[in-house]
Design a binder for this molecule. Sequence first.
Ligand SMILES: O=C(O)CCC(=O)C(=O)O
Ligand SMILES: [Fe+2]
Length: 313
Amino acid sequence: MAYLSSFDAESPASHVATQLLSQGGVVIDALVPPELMDSVRAEIRSNVDEADEQGSSALWPEGNHTVGGLAAVSSTFVEELLVHPKILEVVDRVLQPQQPMILPRGERDAPLPVTSEKLDDGGTQLVWRSEGAQAHCHHYNVGAAVMLEIGAGRQDHQYLHRENAIYQPFIERIGMPEFIVSTMWAGTDFTPQNGATRVVPGSHKWPEARVAQSTEIAQAVMRKGSVVLWLSRTLHGAAKSTSDRERTGYFASYIVDWLRQEENQYIVVPEDAARSLSKRARQLIGYRSSPSLGWAKGRDADNLLDPGQSGQL
Ligand SMILES: O=C(O)CCC(=O)C(=O)O
Ligand SMILES: [Fe+2]
């Protein structure tokens, strides 16, 4: 039987990140108090009609509950889970941004060397030198931030899938630096019966077509307040349920800034709602630009809601 390594709240983020990169998935046990999860669910209940929680897709059929745009629906989710420093430090270590959220800015902050070569007509051509470059991105953003609640007795396992599938067939699977870290917070205990996320350790290094054996599939069995993390190429999926209780999970992915966000944060988190968030949360939602992507003339690159300078204009 496969299993996931488990860390605790005191474990250094560097250890968590090393294991995540080597195994493709890890659990951090009891990273926040369980009561905090009740606050998140209560905030969602007070802001979202029950009818709007009903699942309606192949991935999330009727009987399951889903809520999108969590960053606009639960301030506890945003300020306690989404920007949890331990998680952000792990993501800093895995996605290696030029502008980390927690780690000090290092050499990777240096822009890629670019030279200006002379053309024979008197003009010039920019030539980028990528040798030795370490950063995977300028910064990272939220891909999606959603509640995924497995209904009591959900009949089928969700298909095992890789998060990178949302960008298929447009990007190459092999040879890309890591570009997504997914997190799933346990809003209730995650048990073998109630649909704890299935994760296949090591599958991030498998060829695409290799099919998992049941003995290779682990389950993120964890206490309420714990979190499971996995990578873009790690096979995973929600499990079926034989329980008479729901399994509530809060999912957030972190993606490199140069890929389009999976869930449209500018629609689900309107500007007014974004203004009420902490700076870190606002940046993660996407109100931040790199020198070349996402700029808005006359707005501040680190806080696009404020006047300032971003982009080349
Ligand atoms: O709910 C889970 O345990 C995993 C969900 C998932 O991977 C998805 O919906 O893409
Ligand atoms: Fe998924």
